[in-house]
Design a protein around this ligand. Sequence first.
Ligand code: NAX
Ligand code: ADP
Ligand code: K
Length: 476
Amino acid sequence: MRTAYSVEMVRAAERELMARLPDGVLMQRAAAGLAAACADVLGRVYGRRVVLLVGSGDNGADALYAGARLARRGAGVTAVLLAPDRTHPEALAALRRAGGRTVPGADAEEPLRRADLVVDGIVGIGGTGGLRPDAAALVDVIGETRAAVVAVDLPSGVEADTGEVHGSAVRADLTVTFGAHKPGLLVDPAREYAGSVRLVDIGLAFPGEAELEALQHADVARLLPVPAAESDKYRRGVVGIAAGSSRYPGAAVLAVAGALRGGAGAVRYVGPAGDAVLARFPETLVSTGTPEQAGRVQAWVVGPGAGDDADAVAAVLGTDVPVLVDADGLRLADRDAVRARRAPTLLTPHAGEAAALLGVAREEVEGARLRAVRELAERYAATVLLKGSTTLVASPGDGPVRVNPTGTGWLATAGSGDVLSGLAGSLLAAGLDALDAGSVGAYLHGLAGRRAADGAPVGAHDVAEAVREAWRDVTD
Ligand SMILES: NC(=O)C1=CN([C@@H]2O[C@H](COP(=O)(O)OP(=O)(O)OC[C@H]3O[C@@H](n4cnc5c(N)ncnc54)[C@H](O)[C@@H]3O)[C@@H](O)[C@H]2O)[C@@H](O)CC1
Ligand SMILES: Nc1ncnc2c1ncn2[C@@H]1O[C@H](COP(=O)(O)OP(=O)(O)O)[C@@H](O)[C@H]1O
Ligand SMILES: [K+]
């Protein structure tokens, strides 16, 4: 499991460790890791031009110490001091001893334009609010240079704890982060500013719960349902799909396609698109009545392409088995009925649907995904999977939010969400809890999207077909 910790927890871990170590050791560990990463980016250090952007805190000090190491290896290092009278004195002295020179912020433009590498030490986890105007002006200049950009701990200007970006922020090719990932490095929009991320271990230990968790192959492999010797189709779980309408029969077909690949022993379909489903998937158990009249299932998926069938949504919410609500179902679901449920409920909105549920603009959800997903989980007392460029899964309470690491923009294609709802619903029926079903479903779905796309556009049915390959990738 990859984890990300809040600034508060990073600070606590740092205090605990610093109390046991001589002064400056942590910063030297950070600087050594940073300098090594910069050297990797440069390829050859000797003779290269490096510009350090140095703010007034320890983030700037990390940049200065790393710059000193690069200067000793023959790089020409210029430190741009944003607050010359508040720069970390020892770090500044170290850079000067190594032969580095300094310029005030006002003279940054010329060295920046000639730089091979820019090291962003403006601000790290001590940042509050958007970048100040002098720093923001530098960000614009960096954007116009040809230099590679390495961010120290975080790209300056992004919010470490939330992934929100208010105003300008540095766009890095690489972010070298210390001690632990910060949530902002894993959640868009900030994640996009970070480029690739390298974690430098400086010895911090984290006794408490992470803010974010990202499943890895081994975690998913451990959670996937595998039939035992005595399994039969009922013991493996039956998933019911109440989806599709005469207008959108395809949503039913795609949800069933996902469900058939999710590990349940059987897929039961209820709704008006039975013929279309059977034509594509003859193994589906189709009934024409209402969800209550269908046989027993271990989990329901309701909503994809469902149009205005509020009765089906209410019927499914009234059952005592786990329920996944997607798409139209989210609009039709009564919040009190969701809150009153005893069995697990998994809601799977995209940003637009989440915005409608929260009564805010879509951009607000996209700009503050972590806040939105936690807020929805509280309001509905349900597990919520927020889809999109960063897919997040949150259960009510303070536990870690799962962030999906496998997504790809190729999944942004009509119907791929229907595949995900069938897949995650199938995992629910197979016995995974809502947080696991949502995050494992998103993980496989993302991998399947990459597999199916392989650099070219895909349709949702291609994604469904590739789920089997994704499953094998994970369990290999
Ligand atoms: N916490 C840890 O475990 C470690 C932290 N280290 C470094 O220390 C950093 C944290 O240092 P600090 O606590 O000194 O904080 P920072 O250096 O991140 O930022 C604080 C300084 O930035 C200025 N600032 C704040 N918000 C700003 C904004 N919006 N625009 C422009 N300037 C702004 C403030 O005036 C303040 O002086 C980390 O990000 C990391 O780089 C490392 O040296 C190693 C260990
Ligand atoms: N930019 C993106 N990057 C990665 N995944 C994305 C992106 N945009 C959408 N997705 C994924 O594609 C799927 C689309 O689902 P959804 O929006 O419900 O579409 P539909 O209703 O057409 O099925 C979701 O799994 C979502 O996470
Ligand atoms: K930084």
